[in-house]
Design a protein around this ligand. Structure first.
Ligand SMILES: [Zn+2]
Length: 348
């Protein structure tokens, strides 16, 4: 895309010379939007953007504030979500070729993708579990018992809720977001012997006044996080939400992120979403599938379903850690897993 035209059109200030700008005539300096987003605003123009190649790098954080994916930069520049940024970038790159391409693109996109504004609103009684109310104690002790020593921080990070009444009373509710929009949720019952351990919203039936925009098997847990984490080096696909929570919570600082698909048989939409995440992740080295220890056939099946993903790696099994599923891992298991895959990557 024509970056100079884009910056001009959207009134983004840039400099063509200065102490942080290289002598390359194609390089301009802009205020680093990633520094801004991290709460330490750029006092001058520490980000170099090559308007010809689209590559960008910030001199204050050369490891992390860099890349060449225009969507990521545009999202940070205007503080908008990935999808909106993609629209802006697409509009920019198709404007030259004329509107015909845009029309063809619209035709190719399934209807579902055009209907983006739909989202669910959580009832106010879906209390965030990190709130200090004592009535939320059962949820916090459950999370502790599942191996999360700081349930408040976990709950805050993943927006976990516990409704005080209604269809999900006495459940831990995991909201499922796409580009900041709530599209579905899954609940885990806290009852001793529940009829259903897990229940999710569906598109057909209304629960607590809500219907799913996408059912659980049509979306991904943790989608916004894995889509926007520039430091993601490995992605592990699991089946259940507690599997993914465990790996993601203890692994994310090391670059290990996780999602779950809520099923052993992925939908076309899930496959497409995963492919998109992988395509946009500049620092991703490998993708793994980790199901329960006794589900080797399902695991092979899932790996074959994802064969279109270039970074797809051999499946890994949780047995190695004496666990029946990744949800049983403790922090050390997750860190050991990181060591193992890191070694594999170096050896390759
Ligand atoms: Zn920066």
């Amino acid at each position: 895309m024509d970056w100079k035209a884009f910056l001009d059109k959207h009134n983004v200030e840039y400099v063509t010379y200065g102490k942080n700008v290289s002598s390359d005539p194609n390089e301009v300096g802009i205020k680093c939007p990633f520094c801004e987003r991290e709460g330490r605003p750029d006092p001058s123009q520490h980000m170099n953007l090559n308007v010809r190649t689209g590559a960008y790098i910030c001199w204050r954080s050369q490891q992390r504030h860099r890349g060449k994916n225009p969507v990521r930069l545009v999202a940070a520049l205007f503080n908008i979500n990935y999808r909106k940024a993609k629209d802006l970038v697409d509009a920019e790159s198709t404007s030259i070729e004329g509107s015909i391409l845009g029309i063809i693109k619209d035709k190719l996109n399934p209807k579902e993708e055009q209907n983006l504004t739909t989202e669910i609103t959580l009832p106010s009684y879906y209390t965030p579990i990190h709130y200090k109310y004592s009535r939320l104690k059962p949820a916090r002790s459950y999370l502790k018992q599942r191996g999360f020593p700081t349930p408040e921080q976990l709950a805050k990070t993943y927006d976990l809720r516990m409704p005080m009444k209604g269809d999900f009373a006495n459940h831990i509710v995991v909201p499922l977001y796409e580009d900041g929009n709530l599209v579905c949720l899954q609940g885990r019952s806290l009852a001793k012997e529940p009829k259903l351990r897990y229940r999710g919203l569906s598109k057909r039936n209304t629960l607590d006044g809500m219907k799913a925009v996408h059912a659980t098997n049509e979306t991904l847990f943790n989608y916004d996080a894995i889509q926007n984490d520039e430091n993601m080096r490995w992605l592990v696909i699991t089946e259940g939400v507690f599997d993914a929570l465990k790996l993601d919570w203890f692994g994310r600082d090391q670059g290990l992120r996780s999602t779950c698909v809520f099923t052993k048989n992925m939908s076309t939409r899930q496959k497409r979403m995963l492919a998109q995440v992988v395509e946009n992740a500049e620092n991703l080295e490998a993708v793994y599938v980790m199901l329960d220890a006794n589900e080797r056939t399902d695991q092979q099946h899932m790996v074959s379903q994802l064969s279109h993903i270039p970074a797809m790696n051999a499946p890994v099994t949780p047995e190695f850690f004496d666990a029946k599923d990744p949800a049983e891992f403790d922090e050390q298991d997750v860190l050991d897993f990181v060591d193992i895959i890191e070694g594999n990557v170096e050896a390759a």
